[in-house]
Write a new protein. Structure first.
Length: 148
């Protein structure tokens, strides 16, 4: 059984350990997670399976465009991948955005992320633009969008 719920203080270590894969630094991961907790409290969700954090997603409403949301992170622990957890996290975040009055959500994804692209497309996201070196050299990204 998987439960999707709002991030809580006690989740920080498990989520930071997962985030460390992206940031390369445990201290950087903790800083990012704590900042996101402060900024994105109502749009920061975790998936809990087997009493473990199986994944998380973080979203935020764009300050100058309150009708636009950004999906900042979607991570699923390796042992829980391909079990629908990423989809459930995304569906919860998109439903929360919609309840908050968001009419469009955006995300960035590597063109090489062959696991995430089909998920995002199946949820209704389409390629809005391609950004070469979005995250610096070798950091090409698709910007994908969905209307809510």
């Amino acid at each position: 059984m998987v439960i999707i719920r709002i991030f809580e203080n006690g989740d920080c270590e498990a989520v930071a350990r997962m985030e460390e894969r992206s940031s390369g630094s445990i201290s950087g991961a903790y800083v990012f997670i704590r900042q996101m907790q402060a900024i994105s409290g109502d749009t920061f969700f975790v998936a809990v399976a087997d009493d473990c954090i199986a994944g998380y997603t973080i979203g935020s409403i764009v300050g100058r465009s309150p009708d636009t949301g950004w999906i900042l992170r979607l991570q699923v622990a390796d042992r829980y991948k391909r079990n629908g957890i990423g989809r459930r996290l995304m569906e919860q975040l998109l439903a929360t955005f919609e309840a908050m009055g968001v009419t469009k959500a955006l995300l960035s994804v590597s063109p090489e992320n062959h696991a995430a692209l089909p998920l995002y497309r199946s949820l209704g996201f389409t390629e809005h633009s391609f950004e070469s070196e979005y995250f610096g050299p070798g950091g090409d990204r698709y910007i994908m969008a969905i209307k809510l």
